[in-house]
Design a protein around this ligand. Structure first.
Ligand code: C5P
Length: 300
């Protein structure tokens, strides 16, 4: 059997994340900010189809309805020769704080090595991921994780239940670097107290005054019975977490009626165990080895 004949094409679900808590700490000499955040993967996903043809040089042909995607950059950073035909079908709203672009980049880092019969250790992939963006390394881990420093130093946390949630994507684009700059200008009294133990998102203090409808949406999620409702990342997406599906689904019906043509997605939390199983399954990788990152059984 030819070495790569099993896995020359794959179809991948590239999941979104939300931030269950997000604190922006001090500005660093390199211009980034130190953070303390809890990342959580959720079931909302983009679809990426990759097919590989052996070749001496690396070429990427990306078919996508959106430009400037990190996918091509990730493939070039990996620098594994071959021709890669990649088709991206976007469902995760862009610039919404859901890490869609970061997830796509991480998906390429996870998928291409087994697809081409290569084996690249996790710490090398993590280094490449951090070069692509602050949220990319998290998607090499999945589940629930604490992120500190730039958000790239990660500590896995135990899986939570697959809580049902609602994501509201109002389609407002918030620039991440503008949100950080606005937060830098915010004086003490308006910042969340360092000793506030409740989950929160520091960016709400600068994004909500600019886009009051987001605060209203958060209020509506709480009114529908969400046990936690927050903006994700630097916005503009807001999400609500529910105790059970019944409450989530009745909230969904009311919010869809109330908010008209705003995009609203029912999702659930995806733990690390489920995240890895999804990857092993979709790469038809050596699931029996339970290797992470996923490996092709013929890998060198
Ligand atoms: O790393 P990434 O490309 O996602 O960051 C986008 C922008 O967000 C950076 O240029 C920077 O302005 C800001 N940022 C930051 N501190 C972080 C992450 C991002 O200031 N920890």
């Amino acid at each position: 059997m030819r070495k790569n004949s099993l896995n020359s094409a794959v179809r991948i679900r590239s999941l979104a994340k939300i931030n269950l808590d997000l604190r922006v700490l001090d500005k660093r000499p390199d211009g980034y900010h130190n953070l303390r955040t809890i990342f959580q993967t959720v079931s909302l996903a983009d679809y990426i189809e990759i097919s590989h043809t052996p070749a001496r040089r690396l070429t990427v042909n990306l078919t996508s309805d959106i430009p400037g995607n990190l996918i091509e950059k990730a493939a070039h950073l990996l620098d594994i020769p071959g021709h890669f035909d990649i088709r991206l079908t976007k469902r995760i709203p862009m610039g919404g704080g859901l890490g869609g672009g970061s997830s796509n980049a991480a998906a390429i880092l996870l998928a291409i090595p087994p697809l081409t019969g290569r084996r690249i250790p996790l710490d090398k992939l993590t280094g490449l991921a951090a070069q692509l963006g602050s949220d990319v390394p998290f998607f090499l881990l999945g589940g629930t994780a604490l992120g500190v420093e730039r958000g790239t130093e990660l500590y896995p946390l135990p899986d939570l239940k697959p809580f049902p949630a609602i994501i509201i994507a109002p389609g407002i684009h918030v620039s991440t670097s503008d949100a950080y700059n606005a937060l830098d200008r915010l004086t003490g009294a308006h910042r969340r107290m360092a000793n506030d133990e409740r989950p929160g998102n520091d960016f709400e203090a600068v994004v909500f005054p600019q886009h009051p409808q987001l605060k209203l949406m958060k209020g509506k999620l709480l009114k529908q019975g969400a046990v936690l409702a927050l903006m994700s990342g630097s916005g503009s997406t807001v999400f609500g977490v529910f105790e059970n599906r019944l409450k989530r689904d009745s909230g969904l019906v009311s919010l869809r009626k109330d908010l008209g043509n705003v995009k609203i997605f029912p999702v659930s939390f995806v733990g690390r165990g489920a995240y890895r199983s999804l990857w092993w399954r979709q790469l038809r990788a050596s699931r029996d080895w339970k290797a992470w990152p996923p490996q092709n059984r013929y890998a060198q």
